[in-house]
Design a protein around this ligand. Structure first.
Ligand code: NAP
Length: 455
């Protein structure tokens, strides 16, 4: 398993994958630890989780450098990612006990019953490279507070991040076995998931991986949470603050060099504000500077792997060949390199890859619309339904239209962003289940009904 700097192509480290014997030991240790961990009180668990937050904060430059080196994120963005991980640890350390307190049920007569939220056991987490710390911590923090234990199979291109996360939890004092990393290829996932001690799985990744993991889990009737792709609409209506919308749109499209599930990808703009939007949006993206991950004067570096740059270019190129208009011309990535220049394209028709497929990188597609109805129609004409951003000065209209948009979240006059306080997840081919907030901590619990009758 190789750790490669995508900007230079240089191999940083090579790891031997864990053997079948080590995988077996890891699962057994996770189960043994669970039997002890599930009895630990909230105060003690919160102490360890706050310690993990302290470690993240005190060594944020170090961990951020690992992220930047392995997947090409700008260092300042990597630092922000580490800070967010500390935030989610502190959030669940403080809130978990309240979220998981027994809740009484409303019953007729003098009946009494309540719900208890008990841990499930060992949970397998299969995670992507794009936010290699954040995706893992938003799973691990709530689940460790529940009393579950976790096994991480991280994306193969971020092994240093994967091992660092395991070390953080160990250094924080969590018993070995609470959170373990396995360096394994994806073909090992099925046997782990189907091990009797593993009770459920969460995947953040592509639709293809989602289909496969859900079917493996389905064979043995285990629960999954799937956080998959997105092609989020960014709708700007005629009465919006178009300048602010266009600047925010550029930011939302270019976060993490476009490699974010909740990046705005399809810009659906009312004809009355279209020209102004395009002018400002293009200027913003054109003005961004490319450099290496550590260049303080640069805004973006490169994509996470050369094959991803090639794949994205193929989608754009095919759409252009089919008639898409180029508003901002990028460039073909050099063979074997992860460098990419952003594109903006318009005049997208449903037969083009750019219409229905997720463009997982710095490519924006723009649609000109005549009415609010048309905006909603195009927004919903997607296999995905993760986030969406809607811009209007009329809050009643925003509320009404938010109800019509097929997505897991609608952000009004702001970009879609994740926060520990907001439930996060999708519908349609963006997956199912929710992470973060109170809903997130209740995905992998046994919601147990306890009914009392006086003897
Ligand atoms: P990916 O190729 O699906 O990889 C994600 C994880 O799944 C990796 O650990 C990968 O391991 C593993 N995997 C892939 N195929 C598998 C299989 N057949 N069986 C078991 N495990 C398998 O996705 P990616 O390219 O890393 O990430 C980009 C995708 O993730 C985009 O579609 C993006 O929108 C989505 N995403 C969604 C969210 C969300 O919250 N909804 C957040 C971030 C990203 P290997 O690396 O070893 O192949």
């Amino acid at each position: 398993m190789k750790s490669i700097n995508p900007y230079t192509g240089k191999t940083l480290k090579i790891y031997n994958p864990h053997s079948d014997h080590q995988i077996k030991e890891t699962v057994e240790r996770a189960q043994d630890t669970f039997l002890m961990w599930k009895k630990i009180g909230f105060e003690e668990k919160a102490h360890f989780l706050n310690k993990a937050a302290d470690i993240l904060e005190s060594k944020k430059e170090h961990y951020a450098k690992l992220i930047s080196l392995e997947m090409g994120k700008m260092l300042k963005e990597s630092v922000a990612e580490i800070e967010k991980c500390a935030w989610v640890c502190r959030y669940y350390a403080e809130k978990a006990e309240g979220f998981l307190a027994d809740s009484p049920l409303d019953l007729p007569d003098d009946k009494k019953a309540k719900l208890k939220y008990n841990p499930l056991g060992v949970i397998l987490a299969v995670m992507p490279w794009n936010f290699p710390f954040w995706q893992v911590f938003r799973f691990a923090a709530p689940n460790l507070m529940v009393g579950n234990t976790g096994i991480l199979k991280h994306a193969s291109n971020v092994p240093q991040c994967a091992l660092a996360i395991e070390e953080i939890f160990e250094e924080a004092g969590f018993p070995k076995g609470c959170f373990q990393t396995l360096l394994i290829s994806s073909d090992k996932v099925k046997s782990i998931l189907q091990h009797p001690s593993v009770k459920a799985a969460t995947l953040t990744g592509s639709e293809k991986a989602g289909e496969i993991i859900a079917s493996h889990a389905g064979e043995v009737l285990k629960k999954t949470v799937l956080e998959l792709g997105g092609s989020d609409p960014f709708i700007v209506l005629a009465d919006a603050d178009v300048e602010k919308a266009a600047k925010t749109a550029a930011k939302s499209r270019m976060i993490n060099f476009g490699q974010s599930c909740i990046a705005a990808k399809r810009f659906i703009i009312h004809k009355k504000v279209y020209d102004k939007f395009v002018e400002v949006f293009k200027k913003e993206i054109e003005g961004l500077k490319q450099g290496d991950q550590f260049d303080e004067n640069a805004d973006y570096c490169c994509m996470a792997r050369p094959d991803l740059a090639e794949e994205l270019f193929a989608q754009v190129n095919k759409s252009i060949a089919m008639g898409a208009k180029v508003i901002l011309e990028g460039s073909r990535p050099e063979e074997g390199k992860a460098l990419f220049k952003p594109y903006i394209i318009s005049d997208i028709t449903p037969d083009m890859p750019a219409y229905h497929q997720e463009m997982f990188g710095p490519v924006a597609t723009i649609f000109k619309i005549n009415s609010e109805e048309e905006a909603i129609k195009i927004a919903n004409d997607s296999p995905y339904g993760l986030g969406s951003s809607l811009w209007t000065s009329d809050m009643d209209k925003a509320d009404e239209l938010a109800g019509q948009i097929e997505s897991g979240a609608v952000f009004i006059n702001e970009l879609v962003a994740s926060s520990p306080y907001l439930p996060f997840g999708g519908i349609k081919r963006s997956g199912y289940g929710r992470e973060l907030a109170e809903l997130g901590i209740k995905e992998f619990v046994n919601i147990k009904t306890v009914s009392f009758t006086q003897s």
